[in-house]
Write a protein that binds this ligand. Structure first.
Ligand code: MG
Length: 380
């Protein structure tokens, strides 16, 4: 069969070209028409942890409505924006898409509150929890799908991106991550993900908050002036139109402004740095992808608004606090009761400390599954 390429190869010299991949842990023959990164993307979409994102909270629980974002639809929005940004920059869109699809796969139930609680429970026992490290455990160990190797056997660059897309890790603190070139920057495709993630969730959270009746448009326009500047002309031109449609129009404009700034600012920094390959991107003194100073300030104002008015709104926190308490009680239950987890986890607990495996088991749960388990084990 003749090799055909479905997606055009990246055009920029500083893109991560798949021919230069550091490869997989367990070597595999090449596929006749899918690149290694396209296969990684497909493996991610077909894995169990990916499907579970559907039943994990982003910000709003399903108690509010069935059409709010969950972690899966958020992930699809990130993937869509990441492809666009990577394509506009001549980067590897297949790698960017794989990284976007996998970026939240290690998220425990109940969003960041769940992550903080698991971390607190682990720290009390000399460990820690964070969703990037957990994502790596999922794709390396917990996904059991293939006869020839454990995990998904993803390429080095996807595993590296899982670890480094949103922060740096020091070699002294995380010696187990040694192989991921911790003193170097990740390729631009991975550097983009954190920014795209922010753009996606900031705009989506405003949208869902308005639908939930938690967002006051007047206050938003006042406290986030660049949103106000996007809304005013729409409002003036369509004074009789429904407010929600005018809001949508302004939101679309804000998303577009942020994406355009990310593309242009990244391009500008890459050109100014003089890098001409991924290896030079890696060795640059700091990451090159990101907003301009102006867009960063606008984004910060938006985040401040969301924290002040939405994320800490009692309608959100009451639900969250109750759920996080269930998580804590369930952790204590599994820890104190050997044999209470499924056989495969009990087996892992023979060779690793029990609290680590309890943490893995709970982190993998969907919100509803956790609440059901809690209900059953607390005597109903
Ligand atoms: Mg995310």
């Amino acid at each position: 069969m003749e090799r055909t390429i479905a997606t055009p190869p990246p055009s920029a010299p500083w893109a991560m070209h798949v021919e230069e991949t550091r490869g997989r842990r367990f070597p595999e023959p090449e596929h006749p028409y899918r690149s290694a990164y396209a296969r990684d993307r497909d493996r991610i979409i077909h894995c169990r942890a990916f499907r579970r994102l559907e039943a994990k909270t982003q910000v709003f629980t399903t108690r509010y409505s069935d059409h709010f974002r969950n972690r899966l639809t958020h992930t699809l929005e990130v993937a869509q924006i990441a492809r666009t940004v990577a394509g506009a920059l001549g980067l590897n869109t297949e790698l960017a898409e794989a990284l976007a699809l996998v970026h939240d796969i290690g998220h425990p139930p109940f969003g960041h509150a769940g992550e903080r609680k698991l971390d607190e429970l682990m720290r009390a026992r000399g460990g820690r929890f964070n969703h990037n490290l957990h994502a790596l455990r999922i794709v390396e160990h917990f996904e059991q799908r293939y006869l020839d190797f454990p995990g998904l056997n993803l390429t080095f660059e996807v595993r590296e991106g899982i670890i480094k897309h949103s922060r740096d890790y020091s070699e002294t603190e995380f010696p187990e991550l040694h192989e991921y070139l911790l003193d170097l920057c990740p390729p631009l495709e991975a550097q983009l993900i954190d920014w795209v993630d922010e753009i996606a969730y900031n705009t989506a959270d405003m949208d869902d908050a308005l639908e939930a009746g938690l967002l006051n448009l007047g206050v938003l326009c006042r406290e986030v002036p660049f949103f106000g500047a996007a809304y005013a002309p729409v409002d003036a031109a369509h004074s009789l139109a429904r407010e929600k449609l005018k809001f949508n129009e302004a939101l679309k404009h804000v998303l577009d402004l942020q994406v355009t700034d990310l593309i242009e600012s990244t391009q500008r920094r890459v050109l100014a740095s003089g890098v001409s390959s991924t290896e030079e991107v890696r060795r640059a003194p700091k990451r090159l992808a990101g907003f301009s100073e102006e867009a960063a300030a606008q984004n910060a104002a938006l985040k401040r608004f969301l924290f002040a008015h939405i994320y800490n709104h009692p309608a959100i926190t009451e639900d969250r606090d109750r759920s996080v308490k269930c998580l804590e009680e369930l952790f204590a239950y599994y820890l104190a009761n050997p044999g209470s987890m499924p056989a495969s986890y009990e087996e892992f607990a023979q060779t690793e400390p029990r609290h680590v495996i309890v943490c893995d088991y709970i982190a993998g749960m969907t919100d509803q599954f956790l609440l059901r388990q809690h209900y059953e084990h607390s005597g109903g």
